[in-house]
Design a binder for this molecule. Structure first.
Ligand SMILES: NC(=O)c1ccc[n+]([C@@H]2O[C@H](COP(=O)([O-])OP(=O)(O)OC[C@H]3O[C@@H](n4cnc5c(N)ncnc54)[C@H](OP(=O)(O)O)[C@@H]3O)[C@@H](O)[C@H]2O)c1
Length: 277
């Protein structure tokens, strides 16, 4: 997105899953760099928490318009109205930069191995795929149609990815499946849409509700111990640390479209060691 010369560009930005954790931190970090009259749209299900993010964005960036769209991205029945609401009343000609941050995701049930699932899990698995894969694809298609290529306009799409997109974590088969599918989805769309900058960003291990769920409920004792070790060794990041790194990557704008960049390669090494045990 912005290098120092372009930070005055009027931006339109969407952050999914902005009610807490990494999504909230990204929304605040990005909007604080936007020029006045830029717009940011925050999605998620939790009304109060989204309103709190909106308040934080407005405090960090008083000139930026911040809209909240209450949306369950796993809800197939409402996908059309959610997409329309996100871009309602937007005149694309007013903006020089369009950003879409696919952050919303879920872990699914990490208390069972894949071999313990049954057909009664089908509905919940479909909801998982809708949230983590299909809704991201449909929102991307909607964004590409709503904001077509125009001279002098930049378009960037970020997929908040994970080491789990390429490394198997015991107890997290469904989560790994979702992250791997989403990663390949955006690598492919990057080839189809050379006029758009695509980034897969792995935020590192961050202290959020999702991390706590994983650390507490993971069926794999080995994986649980590894999470405990990361915490004891004070290797957990805060959401604003990883948001700042993403901002810096976007500002430098030197990545190859479709690339997978991570906050830190050190964690990958830790996990390789763990797998070799
Ligand atoms: N934390 C980590 O260590 C870590 C590591 C690697 C990658 N990541 C990735 O980073 C991203 C953010 O994770 P996080 O750790 O910040 O998780 P988190 O604290 O659990 O936040 C997840 C966000 O997604 C939203 N969300 C969940 N289900 C949704 C649904 N059905 N519809 C709409 N929004 C929904 C939540 O909002 P509502 O509940 O209000 O809907 C929330 O704002 C995810 O893509 C995750 O896979 C995290």
């Amino acid at each position: 997105m912005a290098s120092s010369e372009t930070s005055s560009l009027k931006s339109f930005c969407i952050v999914t899953g902005a009610s807490r954790g990494i999504g909230r931190a990204i929304a605040i970090a990005l909007s604080s760099k936007f020029s006045a009259e830029s717009h940011i749209v925050l999605t998620g299900r939790s009304v109060d928490a989204l309103n709190e993010t909106q308040r934080m964005v407005q405090a960090a960036a008083p000139g930026v318009h911040c809209k909240v769209v209450i949306a369950d991205h796993s809800d197939e029945g409402n996908i059309s109205s959610i997409l329309s609401e996100i871009t309602k009343d937007v005149n694309p000609d007013e903006f020089q930069r369009f950003l879409l941050i696919h952050n919303a995701a879920s872990l699914w049930d990490v208390s069972r191995y894949a071999g313990q699932l049954t057909t009664s899990d089908l509905r919940s698995l479909q909801d998982f795929c809708m949230l983590n894969i299909t809704s991201a694809l449909l929102l991307t298609s909607h964004y590409l149609k709503t904001f077509p290529q125009r001279n002098g306009v930049s378009r960037t799409i970020v997929n908040i990815s994970s080491l789990a997109a390429s490394v198997p974590f015991p107890g997290c088969s469904v989560y790994c499946m979702g992250k791997a599918a989403r990663h390949m989805l955006f690598r492919t769309i990057a080839l189809e849409e050379p006029g758009v900058r695509f980034l897969n960003y792995d935020p590192g291990v961050v202290d959020t509700v999702m991390f706590r769920d994983l650390a507490t409920n993971n069926v794999s004792l080995d994986a649980k111990q590894m999470m405990e070790r990361l915490e004891t060794d004070q290797q957990l990041l805060k959401p604003d640390q990883t948001a700042a790194m993403l901002l810096s990557i976007l500002e430098k704008d030197a990545f190859e479209s479709g690339a997978h960049l991570s906050y830190s390669d050190d964690f990958a090494k830790t996990f390789d060691d763990f797998n070799k045990k």
